[in-house]
Design a protein around this ligand. Structure first.
Ligand SMILES: [Zn+2]
Length: 426
């Protein structure tokens, strides 16, 4: 059965009855994934209005904590900024818990672990790029307070609401998107803990930084082909990618071990990037699926597979010819074998085959019998394209789909899914 993401403002502004009635129109929702802490994301993204929210036209996520749990008292060294709605007494998770008690929906709280507005000893836990700059709003999986903070928070959530399964998102190093496009954030992490770790596995850090500088210069000079070649040919870049993957896997394994010490029923489901990109950001499907039997990834075919590809291309390339060259280098680097121009991509995104290709790749990389949710874009899309994506997911090796997201979706899209499900049964 399928699932859908909810944001705190959906529950607070619309109420659970209204939400359930729209979800019931779809006819295929079993799991609801309500967000506990936000990221810096405009709702809806990147523009437009919330089509059925009676209170807000749009809501800007600020990377804050949204439920009444005393985060600073729970772990003083590191804690997330509490959203002002909590002071007003709002608790979307409690409302959902009460509202759903007589329904068959299953609630899986959704947590963003390494990206947000954190306070306390951020200097000792944050991500540092290859130039020595802090990457704003990102925690490092090797930061010493990150597992202790999250294990205490997850235990506190379980105690308060009784849920034992959580979807953990933003379990990776930074990508190039954020408040602004920041490609430097990819060449991370050089915090003291990562440097110590890289040193201990024999990574030559000066050579690594030198290689990254060379790649950065190629990109600055718009020599995209040389940038990709330099990355491919470098042994130290390979070692760095392996280190990143080990760092994220260790983080997830350690976190699971800690929370299960307190409550052995707790399970963590994974929210990952599509496999074509995930390896670069530190996500090793093969190892991570040994710690978790369920994952979601987002092959948004209309928007570049979750990645802000256009932001990245246009950050470096300033003419149509250079943008084309940069896009082709991008496709080569991520082994995305689609014969499309940048102009076509800008208009239509990847071809629909991206959905099946990425899902099949997930199946191939993951431990046997992993439950795979294929993320489905449910906003800024016409009904026929939504159905096309659902069909592609159904014809792939994914088990189910996870819609993103309730609040951004036009009401006609709920009906389109409902009609499609009825026709399927017949
Ligand atoms: Zn680090």
């Amino acid at each position: 059965m399928n699932g859908i993401h909810l944001h705190p403002h959906d529950i607070i502004d619309e109420g659970t009855e209204k939400i359930f009635s729209l979800l019931n129109v779809m006819g295929d929702i079993q799991y609801i994934f309500p967000q506990v802490n936000t990221i810096f994301e405009r709702n809806p993204y990147p523009k437009g209005i919330l089509p059925h929210n009676p209170v807000h036209e749009f809501v800007q996520g600020e990377g804050t904590w949204h439920v009444p749990i005393k985060v600073k008292e729970i772990y003083e060294n590191l804690y997330q900024k509490v959203d002002s709605s909590v002071q007003k007494g709002e608790d979307s998770i409690q409302l959902l818990k009460e509202g759903s008690s007589k329904t068959t929906f299953e609630i899986i709280p959704w947590l963003n672990l390494l990206n947000g507005d954190f306070q306390g000893n951020v200097a000792n836990n944050g991500v540092v790029d290859f130039l020595g700059n802090e990457v704003e709003y990102w925690l490092c999986p090797n930061g010493p307070d990150v597992v202790p903070m999250w294990s205490k928070l997850i235990s506190a959530l379980t105690e308060k609401y009784g849920y034992t399964t959580y979807l953990i998102d933003r379990i990776r190093f930074p990508d190039w998107a954020g408040k602004q496009v920041n490609p430097k954030g990819i060449f991370s992490c050089f915090c003291s803990h990562c440097k110590k770790g890289m040193d201990s596995v024999g990574i030559n850090i000066p050579v690594l930084i030198d290689t990254m500088n060379r790649v950065a210069n190629h990109l600055k000079n718009q020599d995209f082909h040389y940038a990709v070649q330099t990355l491919f040919q470098s042994e130290v870049i390979k070692q760095w990618i392996q280190f990143r993957q080990d760092s994220v896997s260790n983080f997830v394994e350690d976190l699971l071990k800690e929370v299960q010490k307190v409550n052995s029923d707790i399970q963590l489901w994974l929210d990952l990037w599509p496999p074509s990109y995930a390896w670069l950001l530190g996500q090793d499907y093969e190892r991570l699926t040994k710690a978790s039997n369920t994952l979601k990834h987002f092959p948004y075919h209309k928007l570049g597979g979750g990645a802000d590809v256009q932001g990245f291309i246009e950050f470096f390339a300033d003419t149509p010819a250079k943008q084309e060259e940069a896009f082709q280098a991008f496709l080569t680097f991520f082994d995305l074998q689609y014969d499309i121009t940048y102009e076509t991509f800008r208009e239509h995104g990847y071809p629909i085959s991206f959905v099946k290709n990425e899902n099949d790749k997930v199946r191939e990389l993951s431990k046997a019998n992993t439950n795979i949710f294929s993320g489905i874009q449910m906003w800024n899309i016409e009904e026929d394209h939504l159905i096309e994506a659902l069909e592609a997911a159904e014809n792939s090796d994914a088990n189910d789909v996870l819609y993103y997201c309730y609040g951004w979706a036009d009401e006609k899209l709920f009906s389109a899914v409902g009609k499609w499900n009825i026709l399927k049964v017949k």
